[in-house]
Design a protein around this ligand. Sequence first.
Ligand code: GLC
Length: 797
Amino acid sequence: MRFGYFDNKRREYVIDNPATPRSWTNYLGSTAFGSVITNNAGGYTFYKSAAQGRFLRMPFNSVPMDQPGRYLYLHDHDQKDFWSNSWQPVGKPLSAFKNICRHGTGYTTIASEYKKISSEATYFVPNGKNYECWIVKVKNEDTKHRQLSLFTYVEYASNWNAQDDLINLQYTQYIVNVQAKGNIIDHGTNINLPELPDNFEEKDQGRHTFLAISGALVKGHDTDREAFLGPYRTYANPIVVEEGQCRNSSGVGDNGCGVFQVPLSLAPGEEKSFLVLMGVGAADKEGKAAVADFDTVEKAEQALEEVKQTWHSQLNNFSVDTPDEDFNNFLNTWAPYNCLITNSWSRAASLIYNGERDGLGYRDSVQDVMGTAHLIPEATRERLRLMLSGQVSTGGALPVVKPFAHYPGKMQAPSAEEYRSDDCLWLFNAVPLYVQESGEVDFYKEVIPYADQGEDTVFGHLRRAIMFNLERLGQHGLPCGLLADWNDCLELGQAGETTFVAFQLRHALITYQEIAELLAAPEEAAWAKTELEKVDQNIAENAWDGEWFLRAYRHDGLKFGSQENEEGKIFLNPQVWSIISGYADAQQQEKVLKQVREQLATDFGVMVCAPPFVKTDYTVVRATLMNPGMKENAGIFNHTQGWAIMAEALAGNGDQAYAYFKATNPATYNESAEVRECEPYVVCQSTHSKYSPKYGASRLPWLSGAATWLYYAATQHILGVQPVLEGIKIDPCIPAHWKEFSVQRIFRDKTLHIAYKNPEQVQKGVKSIELNGTTLQGQMIPMELLQDTNNIIITLG
Ligand code: GLC
């Protein structure tokens, strides 16, 4: 069953049936001011942090789904009927109520038609502003005059702190003070305390937000939730909306809300439009300034165009045209958009992440930049600087970097037990990727402080990252697992060892050697080479299980991911990373990929391990905590799907790489959305595997490593457009049935139009490259031969 479709031209996903299996969300704003919005106008808004800057309330995972939100109710004074512009919360029967939601890049439009009144709200955050703008339009499609009132509704957090607002009621219910001042509502908390702009993490300080109406008369207001809703009522039938009359209540203490009544008297065919502005700051100051900024709807429409432009110009840096429409729309819009959103909010703000994980998780955010380097190079460099300054002088990392409260040189280093073994090894993927994209070799020489003490060049930071793991090797000479490696459920401890990190370390040493050679540091290159030989020796002696690679050793020698195990016999990560890190020879590649296909692949993607842990004690593996077939316990962990694709592509299996891609591409399930349940335009952290009764259902949309690696695998390994320092390397690995396809890419300000021809229907192999009419040797397009605009013809064979 489908609930919507892709409008590729407008880069929108259009939901024409609002009764989606789960809330289908979108994001508005920037890292300074962010909003989560659902197809039923549910969701919340925050300043800088979803946890500590939250000012719209959201009780998570409650019923009905995703309430409250940013509602617009309509009351018909003659017919004594009322509804909401979004289908929910009033929820009129869909036979009489038409509703369309268009989720676009940084904006969402929700439009409805009911009893010959059409209404529409477009929600977005104007570039550079700390407030939302809602463009509201109401039109009388009737032949009679219609007398309506429109009511806004937002519900405020009683303190700018998500957790405090929901649980510390004995306090927060006394500190909120919401007052209407003409056409602007001021939502204040702790208003008698000073503001502490330099101490964002202090929750008890004077803070204000505003909600303003611009371009329409206001007839009444309510700022007390209970007065608006009425006792024992819900958002579906607030007393004020039912009666069509505000009570002008004052939200002092208890629960504040933002309700304005806008009377609308509409002649037949007449349309009225106005704006709602809601954001950070006091009514008198920032509120008034916002109304002055947007005193006409035209200005807001212009600002909306600018938001679209900003996003689209980023997305335009890479586009593709292949025979597969779903592949195209994923790569052209939704994957990069997802990568940019994930890069902004890490794992902190969605309908699942409720701010509990505040800030940028180290390993996650370092990987996230891999999806953004060619879209927003400058911001990517800034993010890398920030993350490098979250590395501590031991070479390990802070678990989380909070951009709003990060003081390099002054942070407390984690204790020995708190380190994860993989954190800084992801820098070897992210940093070179940025340098190759930008060509800024000098970035390696830039001096960046450590989080706790001291400073080093980026090159020095990378060396310390390697040292951190080399100083923590176990009895088999493999890296210790510490608190966890990539897999949060493998707590191997100080003495347990991980083969996956061994492959990461191998990749790090090779990369370091290359950088050392580039920077003319032969001693460093020689050092890395020697260490690599040792690591390889230890992998050869201890990581192979006969038919595939082991996953780990516990401190007492107990194996994970071995034929000896009844549960968790085989894990995906070491198999695919043995190929990604360049370790596995052709024979081993063939063997492990076959095992992955036979033991781990499913119709919906590749499982992280199998069979699931059911009997194994939770002190042995934390995955036992989860139901079989879910998340790390033999679920389809989507973060890893890109790696499976890369491994197949590196081994030359284009058809299989593409099959894995298709299995995980959300759009594949647009027509069976009732099975996958989540947004068909968004990747999810994991999908229930065949061991779960909910096989095929995906969970945790937007914020995971899935978008980044999938996008990376598709662009660099399927399409094979690989930025390297000297230029672009072309190394595609495609499904044999693709006869022709093309890519357009901006690379260091040059435009590349790449046309691929595959007359012999091969999966891999570049026969010839023609650059602006000249035939080149090999697979490289050197930088110095590139003009501003380039026509490139690749013939495969
Ligand atoms: C979650 C975490 C990530 C971890 C992964 C596997 O996605 O955010 O850090 O690597 O789970 O356990």
